[in-house]
Design a protein around this ligand. Structure first.
Ligand SMILES: Cc1cc2nc3c(=O)[nH]c(=O)nc-3n(C[C@H](O)[C@H](O)[C@H](O)COP(=O)(O)OP(=O)(O)OC[C@H]3O[C@@H](n4cnc5c(N)ncnc54)[C@H](O)[C@@H]3O)c2cc1C
Length: 392
């Protein structure tokens, strides 16, 4: 087998370079401190809109540039180096919600919504989690009843990102009370529809707010019901995009943590020499670097599997590894800062808090272990070995 080395194209290098310049700029990083109090990252998103980033996942006929999931992952990684809160909000413009709308919504809604998303004028949210059921998808209670002329949505969703800012909500909902996982489809709800209400807000350790939303007899046109019963398969297929973008945030933050660690240990001295000179510190750096590179390889492979959405198992394995790796790396990076790392004056404390998100959202680690473990028990062939998983 010939060794394959991943090389970015000239266009990808230019794209990553432009986003890196922005995310390393003084304003962008300065804003990341302001956003810790829950302020929505409008300025940073506007700056990303100006260089065409918000339309990356949107087909050209609706004002976007329709780039593959891999390019999107590269961009999210760069943004996360500068600001976790912005990267999370950006995921809302590039991730599952926009993929669901551009794949399954009727033409009229695509024409109405997508160009505004690409221009940064309309923001999107996805509503899956319910107060009693997050990973427990078969027990979602939100229900949409289809009538002759319209549909009616009732239910409660919680821990929703961008609930105060988004105009359109991609709502995972039971259709006509159909039970179990199969009974779930998808409805688009506008925040201005009567009966839509944000009923609680939670400030997070990462900085952003999450919120609870109630749908009380919300009437929607029939065309807003974009997937009926049995739609969960299509929804999860699109959701695999999120399983790559979420760890892209973790990867970017692990790299940012590493950069901060290197800077600090080169400058800080103990007994007249740089902390970087101690073998114990160099071993930490070597291990952090090794883990980041291993995570990058897994994640890029998963993102490159997209056709149009990433392979669920490759994305699941990458997400499990990269999320946990980034938490370890951020922890070690904070450790080499000594006590200053625990203060708000160094970026590492902000990185350490944000990076904790990864294993929780976008498919919790334990749920992904279930998914991958079942696949291995059923499909791994000890004779063909790792080739039997079809990753190569
Ligand atoms: C920053 C952030 C942003 C978010 N944004 C959104 C959003 O925009 N939209 C949205 O819908 N949701 C969002 N969420 C919610 C997130 O998707 C859920 O928190 C997640 O799905 C887990 O659900 P839960 O919190 O109800 O935990 P539970 O499902 O109650 O899980 C509790 C624990 O049990 C574990 N567990 C689950 N299954 C198994 C198993 N089979 N074996 C062993 N352990 C298991 C879980 O991993 C977890 O550790 C966000 C969460 C965070 C932290």
């Amino acid at each position: 087998m010939n060794p394959v080395q991943l090389k970015l194209s000239d266009e990808q290098r230019a794209l990553v370079g432009a986003v890196r310049d922005l995310s390393h700029s003084k304003d962008f990083r300065g804003n990341s401190i302001k956003y810790l109090d829950g302020t929505y990252p409008w300025e940073n998103l506007d700056a990303l809109a100006e260089i065409g980033i918000l339309g990356m996942s949107i087909p050209e006929e609706y004002g976007g540039s329709n780039l593959p999931v891999f390019d999107t992952a590269l961009v999210v990684e760069e943004v996360a180096k500068g600001c976790y809160v912005t990267a999370m909000a950006l995921m809302g413009m590039l991730g599952v919600q926009v993929r669901v709308i551009s794949t399954y919504a009727p033409e009229s809604m695509k024409r109405d919504i997508l160009p505004k998303v690409a221009a940064g004028k309309v923001h999107l949210a996805v509503c899956m989690t319910e107060p009693h059921a997050g990973t427990d998808v078969p027990n979602y209670k939100t229900n949409t009843v289809i009538k002759d002329t319209h549909a009616v949505v009732n239910g409660v969703k919680t821990l929703i990102s961008r609930a105060n800012e988004a105009e359109w909500f991609v709502v995972f909902t039971r259709i006509n009370g159909s039970p179990g996982r199969h009974g779930i489809g998808c409805v688009l709800v506008n925040r201005n529809y009567p009966g839509f209400e944000v009923t609680a807000r939670y400030h997070t350790m990462g900085g952003e707010y999450l919120a609870e939303i109630q749908f009380n007899n919300v009437e929607v046109p029939l065309e807003n019901v974009i997937l009926r019963e049995g739609g969960m398969k299509q929804l999860m297929s699109a959701f695999n995009t999120q399983r790559c973008l979420n760890p892209s945030i973790s990867l970017g933050m692990a790299e940012a943590a590493f950069e901060e660690a290197i800077k600090y240990v080169r400058e800080r001295t103990i007994r007249g020499q740089a902390v970087a000179n101690f073998q114990g510190i160099q071993w930490k750096l070597a291990e952090m670097y090794r883990d980041i590179e291993a995570g990058r390889a897994l994640l890029y492979q998963a993102a490159l599997s997209a056709n149009p959405f990433p392979d669920p198992y490759q994305a699941g394995v990458a997400k499990m590894f990269v999320n946990e790796m980034a938490i370890r790396v951020a922890n070690e990076a904070l450790q080499v800062h000594g006590g200053y790392g625990f203060t708000d004056d160094y970026p590492i404390s902000r990185i350490y808090r944000g990076v904790r998100y990864g294993t929780l959202g976008g498919g919790a680690t334990e749920a992904l272990k279930d998914l991958v473990g079942k696949k291995l028990v059923n499909d791994f062939d000890p004779v063909d070995g790792f080739l039997s998983m079809g990753n190569f």
